[in-house]
Design a protein around this ligand. Structure first.
Ligand SMILES: [Ca+2]
Ligand SMILES: [Ca+2]
Length: 309
């Protein structure tokens, strides 16, 4: 059981204890994988077998890294609904020796950026999220007409805002479903590879509509959410939040002296990314996971990418 009183610690000491706790949880999660590796160096035959199965070993550790991350995130739910970068899950896992190699990594919040699928939650356009997306696109020098075609592509009906058929307006039938990944944008009228490159750092594509977490959001995202906010107030709110997290979107908006917009912002996160590097002898693999954590805390991996680091 982890007990970690939020907002009541000295940052340096917290980071130190946090890292120790994260390593302890990792080693518990790794138990099974380490046991597999310990039988390896018994004979020449087994050593050759081990090298041939090196990739397989990395896969085993990737599973263990996934179970570490889901364990940390599930434990966090018991501390309450507020998520921020001062919490234990956000403490990077330092390079940690395991049998035959090392592992290091970090968990980040995918709701720190604007989720393109939020323009039409459950198939219905959200005016507030569309307005936010347009401000964000404008800040990146992208035309706002892209957001209109995106919303038509994702919303479930076949008509545009002025009652025209989407097929007629865009010269093609639209998907009328959430994007599955960034690549799906290339089928949305008006988008190009160049636009995708510009957008990649600003947005994210998650399986369903999500709110932006004001405790983790990038300053570009928050500036788009509060276009009327004074720059100094926004900077002060961002500087404060890791020490003293905001407990509600309303509290954050009040700090900016702005009205809060319903359904766009939150202080809770359900989608996380894990970026880990696993080293075995001469091989290094990068493991990138996406984790969904519903309110019941049962975190699970929803995508996994393993590549050479
Ligand atoms: Ca939390
Ligand atoms: Ca549509």
């Amino acid at each position: 059981m982890i007990t970690w009183p939020a907002n009541s610690y000295a940052p340096a000491r917290r980071a130190e204890r946090g890292a120790a706790l994260v390593v302890a949880m990792l080693l518990t999660a790794l138990g099974a994988a380490v046991a597999v590796q310990m039988i390896v160096p018994l004979s020449g035959w087994l050593v050759r077998e081990y090298r041939a199965r090196d990739t397989q070993a990395s896969y085993t550790l990737a599973d263990a890294a996934a179970s570490w991350a889901t364990t940390v995130l599930a434990a966090d739910v018991r501390l309450g609904p507020v998520d921020h970068y001062g919490e234990l899950w956000a403490t990077p896992l330092p390079q940690t020796p395991v049998e035959g190699g090392t592992i290091e990594g970090r968990i980040t919040d995918l709701q720190a950026r604007f989720n393109l699928n939020s323009v039409a939650p459950r198939g219905v356009k959200s005016a507030a999220n569309i307005a936010l997306a347009k401000t964000l696109f404008t800040s990146a020098n992208l035309p706002t007409t892209l957001v209109d075609s995106l919303a038509d592509a994702i919303d479930r009906d076949d008509v545009t805002d002025d009652g025209q058929s989407e097929r007629q307006r865009y010269g093609q039938a639209l998907r009328n479903a959430p994007l599955r990944d960034l690549g799906d944008l290339l089928d949305v009228p008006g988008f190009s590879v160049e636009y995708l490159r510009t957008l990649a750092a600003l947005i994210v594509v998650l399986p369903e509509a999500t709110a932006i977490n004001v405790n983790t959001a990038t300053s570009a995202t928050l500036a788009a959410a509060f276009p009327g906010a004074q720059r100094e107030l926004l900077a002060a709110a961002i500087a404060r939040r890791d020490r003293q997290a905001f407990t509600g979107a309303g509290e954050f908006a009040a700090a900016l002296q702005q009205p809060v917009v319903d359904g766009v912002l939150s202080v809770n996160t359900q989608f996380f990314a894990v970026d880990a590097v696993i080293r075995f002898e001469r091989a290094a693999h990068r493991v990138q996971l996406r984790i969904a954590r519903p309110p019941n805390g049962r975190a699970q991996v929803i995508s996994r990418l393993i590549s050479h680091a």
